[in-house]
Design a protein around this ligand. Structure first.
Ligand SMILES: *Cc1c(COP(=O)(O)O)cnc(C)c1O
Length: 360
């Protein structure tokens, strides 16, 4: 038997620890399931599908509906099994040996991971101290490394900060790498890069049904960009990769915009609840444009705080071992009850930790 590809051995892959707890606020999903109306419509739709037949290969109806939603042409939309598969298809088509992808760290780890799997060279540029980007630094890095592909994540995971559209458009005009803007949390942000994609031939924007649409379990994501790029992605992906049930589900979800909007509003209220809670507890955090917030534990206590939260049956993402993020944890906005529970357990843990730091 052959061994695994040498460049992939000793490579752990991407995973977020799953622990049995009452309150799961670690993977940025929606805290609410899809609406009852959506579920009963989906059930009926499944019954009318011919599951013995292959699905519509290019998901024409779903593309038309998404095109109408975003005011673009259906030719400008690629669909895949979650935006992670969008990223992977992009790197299969435009990355690979001899090609280079650039990211701004810290950011979503999947870009580097998929670069590695597709043998695309990865260049990670450090963000500024406050995790924002500086135009001159971005343009310098572009000249120094000449990447084929540049990833932006807006709002950025795990910091929650928006990218600067000015920097993205300057970079797009400065040279012509393929620029991908991942808007997995775009609905919670104050701006979308979509208009940049409309006016630049080298900018594409990805989106997902995994967050505000409450459909992470269905695995559905898409990319909007110029037709030439989109055509290349359809040529690269496997045939029939988007199953019929998923196509029906996506189409139905778009017919229930009100449910999505209600989830969106609940999450924004929850984000505000966290901000007020953190302020009251004197916790350092980054002002988020997404459905999660990055915050900092007392010095040297990141792992300990994470464990104390787990002991209180609340799971958040422990980022404290990640480069640049010492003592940082990332919490996803949940239901109001889950948010209360998190803040209560956090407050009790901080009393204990702070008394250790400063014994009186
Ligand atoms: C959650 C997330 C995604 C979503 O991935 P799916 O494959 O669509 O579930 C994409 N990008 C970022 C930055 C994310 O945090």
């Amino acid at each position: 038997m052959p061994s695994m590809r040498k460049d992939l051995t000793l490579f752990g892959g991407y995973h977020s620890p799953q622990v049995e707890v009452d309150v799961r606020l670690n993977t940025n999903e929606s805290p609410l399931g899809p609406s009852i109306e959506f579920l009963s419509d989906l059930q009926a739709a499944i019954q009318s599908l011919s599951l013995n037949r292959y699905p519509d290969r290019t998901a024409a109806r779903l593309r038309e509906a998404l095109a109408a939603l975003h005011d673009v042409s259906p030719d400008e939309i690629f669909i895949a099994n979650g935006s992670n598969e969008v990223i992977s298809t992009l790197l299969l088509a435009y990355g690979g040996p001899g090609r280079k992808a650039m990211t701004f760290e810290p950011t979503y780890a999947m870009y580097a991971q998929v670069a590695k799997v597709t043998s695309t060279e990865h260049v990670g540029i450090e963000r500024g101290l406050d995790f924002t980007l500086d135009l001159a630094a971005v343009l310098d890095a572009n000249i120094k490394y000449r990447p084929d592909i540049v990833f932006f994540c807006s709002p950025n995971n795990p910091t929650g900060l928006d990218e600067d559209p000015e920097i993205i458009s300057k970079l797009a005009e400065d040279s012509n790498p393929l620029i991908i803007i991942d808007e997995a949390y775009g609905q919670f942000a104050s701006f979308s890069a979509l208009k940049l994609a409309r006016s630049h031939s080298n900018i594409v924007v990805s989106n997902t049904f995994s967050k505000v649409w409450s459909m992470a379990g269905l695995r559905l994501g898409y990319l909007i960009g110029p037709k030439e790029i989109i055509d290349n992605l359809w040529a690269t992906c496997l045939p029939y990769h988007i199953d019929s049930i998923k196509q029906a589900a996506g189409l139905l979800a778009l017919g229930h915009l009100d449910a999505m909007q209600a989830t969106h509003d609940l999450i924004l209220a929850g984000r505000y609840q966290f901000e007020t809670g953190f302020d009251a507890l004197d916790v350092i955090y980054w002002k988020s444009s997404a459905n999660f917030i990055l915050f900092r534990a007392p010095h040297g206590k990141g792992d300990e705080l994470w464990k104390m939260l787990v002991d209180g049956s609340v799971l958040v993402r422990n980022c404290s071992g990640w480069p640049r993020l010492s003592d940082c944890l990332r919490v996803t906005v949940g239901t109001p009850q889950e948010n209360d529970r998190f803040l209560k357990v956090l407050s009790e843990a901080l009393v204990e930790l702070r008394s250790e730091v400063d014994p009186r």
